[in-house]
Each structure stands twice: as structure tokens, then as C-alpha cells.
Design a protein around this ligand. Sequence first.
Ligand code: A3P
Ligand code: MG
Ligand code: MG
Length: 390
Amino acid sequence: PSATSPSLSTNDCAPSLAISRFPIQPLNQFRGASASIKRPQEVTHFSYDDDHQYKEDESSVNYYCPPQMGADLKEGFSTFRHYEDKTDPHLDSLLRAVASKERITGLQEQADFVTWRGMMTKIMTAPFDMFAEFAMFATFRDGTIYIEEDFPARAAQRAQEASRPPPKWQDPNMPNHRMMTYWGYKFETLALIPTPPSETPREVIDARPKAPVSNYAQHCSIVRTSFGPHVLLLGGEVDGLSAPKPPFLNDPIPWIELKTAEALPSNPSNRDILKFERKLLKFWAQSFLLGVPKIIIGWRSKQGILTGVQELETNKIPGMVRRGTHCWDGNTCINFATAFLGWLRSVVTEEGKVYRLSLEKKAGIVEVRETKEAAEGIVSKDFDEWRKEL
Ligand code: A3P
Ligand code: MG
Ligand code: MG
């Protein structure tokens, strides 16, 4: 694509900060067979424990065990332990886990990009997500581009959402936005156990509907993957395993992604199907990026009663949508991301500079703007020092 060249500020006194733009449209340029992609391979992993403390182990890995139907996903909302970052987490845990791995192997985990999976999900889905906007920071260090979320912007957005009164039209009997954030975690509590089902006492399995819900604990997988010629290290949360991890390092891991969605009526209208298939875009992109092979959907009623579960194979989703409403195209997402990353490598080139990436949806462009910010936050001091030692 023909991205515009940097336009320079006209202010003669101040050093000018370059701006570059990458157009998303027309999408035709990204259609066709997808750029070569490799199956993501786990490099390392870490857990957050029940206090959200970093642990270099598998202690927070959970196993899938089908939940009982008829459960109320709203139950326990008043005792929800909701973890939200108060300070900018940057890429710290991801880099900490990578440094640990490098200490063991003595080899540098080279990559063109290092970021959280969530950032890549936003980039990959940008061509088809009509409402998406994003803001990120990127910096170039020693051959690698590190990308993180613009945390202050995200925190401000969250605060705004929280203070917004419910819309006037909202039925007081209907669950509100906060409740809808809760019930995804409630579904996880109903569908997961901390040990493989065969080793788990029946009482533990049956006690899940009354178990407290918390999102403090997490398990994160860090994978190496590639989009065309670009090698990425991505870290992201995995919800659980459908079977024990295989013994060999390079074997695929049977991770699962849990999602809730409103059950389709028995005679769904085209609009119902379109709404669901649109939702599948994020489900697919998120799971595809970490190589999560299976997505388990918890179907719920409008009021939040769990009515069914359905397993979807991640790599079959793009074909399903292609044959269905065709509201998005997986190859276009991959080709867009590949082209965008290639372009980013030609823009984010100056060691130590910080660039702000923002998706300007109305203009249909991703803008990259040099900032005067310091790069220290993005790449942690510990990681920097470790890499000097290696
Ligand atoms: P659902 O996706 O089933 O609604 P994840 O699916 O990524 O593992 O996240 C688990 C749950 O966290 C989600 O379950 C949802 O409840 C909540 N959640 C995650 N991201 C959210 C967001 N951007 N806004 C609101 N809730 C979110
Ligand atoms: Mg999750
Ligand atoms: Mg999930």
C-alpha cells in the first residue's frame, strides 16, 4: 500500500516530530491467499497468583470440565474480586519471563516485534471492526520494535465508561455493562478446575456454582510466531487446557479459550447470524495469535442464564464465516497485519525514540507520530540490563 511519507511540522524553532500514515482502505489490496504464517510455538510462560503476583510457573493453569447448564451467570456479582491495573504494567511480566528463559538457554530470543497479544488482536481486526480505535506506544531497541498499550488513554476511557449513566432506554431489569463484564469470568469459574478432571474430586467440580469469582489469577503463554517475514514474540492469557500439556516442547498445546455469547434463537434471522459472526472475528484473532486450537462458547440467555456450550475449532472459523455472512475475511486480516508490520519497520527506526500509534477510524488510517516521551517505560530497566549482560 502507498502510505504517505512523513509530513513535517512547519514550526522552525522546535525540532519537528514526524507523522506517518498507513491507510486501511481499500481492503482489496489485502485480499487473496494469506502471507505465510507459522504455527505459534510456546517460548515460555508465567502465572499470576491469587494476589496477581508474578510466578514463574504453571500454578494458575486450569483445566476444562463441562459446566452444569442452567447456572445464573449473574450470581456472585457482589463478591467479584475484580483486578484492574492501577499502574501501567508495560511489557514488564512478558520481558521478565523472556529474560528468565534466556538465562537458562544463554541465547537471545530474537524477534522483530515484542508485544502483548491484545495489541496484535487490535491490529489484525482493524480492517473489519467498525468501532475499533486504538492507541499504542512503540519503540525501537537493538533490532526489535516493542509495542505496548497507551495505558493513560485506556485508563481514561475505562473511567469514562464507568461514570457514564446507563442509557435512558435501558430496561432496569436488564443486566448492565458491568454485569456483562462479570459474567465472562463467572463462566470461567463454572467451566474450569485447577487439576485435570480425572484427578479432581467430584465435590470440587460440583462446588463451582458457589465458588467466588476472581480475575486476579491468570496464566500467560508467550509464543514465537510470524507474519510473512516478520517474527513476533507475543504474550497473552490462556484460559485453560482441554487435556494435559504434551511432554515435548514443540508439540501443540491443547489450550482453550472460553467465551460467552447470547444464544441464537432456534430460527435465527440474518441479523442474528451477522451479529454472532461479527463477534467471531475477535474470538478467532485472539486465539489464532497464540495458537489456541479450541474456543468453547458458553451460550447464555439475554438475562444471563447458561443454556449450552459449543466447541469451535479456531482454524475452521474463517471458513465458516466465508460460507456464512462473509462479514470479515481471515486472509485479509493476516495480509493487512503483515503489510502494516512491514511498514512499521520502515517508520519506527530510531533507537530510543517513542512513537504513538493510533487508529483513526473515521479517517481509515493508522497514524504513527514521534513523541518526546522517554522510551524507558516500554522496555523495563531490568530487561535492558539483562540484555547488556547476555
Ligand atoms: P466474555 O468474552 O465471555 O464476555 P477473555 O474472553 O478475553 O478470556 O476475557 C474474559 C472475560 O473478561 C470476558 O468474557 C468478559 O467478561 C471480560 N472482558 C474481557 N475484555 C473485556 C472488555 N474489553 N470489556 C468488557 N469485558 C471484558
Ligand atoms: Mg481470558
Ligand atoms: Mg476467555
